[in-house]
Design a protein around this ligand. Sequence first.
Ligand code: PXP
Length: 248
Amino acid sequence: MALLGVNIDHVATIRQARRTDEPDPVWAAVEAQLGGADGITFHLREDRRHIIDRDVPLLKGVVNVKLNMELAVADEIVAIACDLKPDQCSLVPERREEITTEGGLDVKKHKDRVAKAVQKLNSAGIITNAFIEPIEDQIRAAREIGFDAIELWTGGYAHAKTPNEVDGALDSLRRAIDIGLEVGLDVHGGHGLTYRNIAPIAAMPGFSEFNIGHSIISRAIFTGLQDAVREMKDLILEHVPIEELHED
Ligand code: PXP
């Protein structure tokens, strides 16, 4: 069954709306783990718009499951990651004007810069994950650069409006998973996944990790974070691909 990484940035976004000390994303990381999260994901952005430096060592201290740090290819943040040594670093694109991470990182275009960052992170013993769109050239470039894993941007599927668009997006993801596995990468998925749209993605063989933020934190406002995480884990389990149920 694919691991569920819970992205707690949105808790920090609410805190930073008032520049106060609540709600605390570190507390959220503890609650998410109590709800069964297999991983905690956070993004230290260059502009510190949600997660701030104070959170970073505290998250490392309280997270006993897989700690996944998202970061841009930026020297300052790569250095922080190498010191922190989370279990995994996910390289993502970052633009100051965007609302959230939009689309994947173009690892083909920025190959040399990305490769330097990956080399530093690999030398620090950190698993490296490229957040990319489900495009063959990007997957092959990620492999050549030396990433351990790719996280396929599922936004194309999440934002699809018509049944044809949905089918097309699911086909692209299926093909991308096959190529990723064939070249020896672990394949993850994330962005825009919700309680309503997770089923076909969870049922797709080959994904080993999902990273989900907005939908889980939104539901947590009404149910509490432990229940919100439990519900998403149950949905993933309910739709686990048959071939993976029979493994072992
Ligand atoms: N994966 C990556 C690499 C992301 O940047 C994000 C958004 O921060 C997510 C997953 C989670 O996306 P969402 O908040 O839409 O679930």
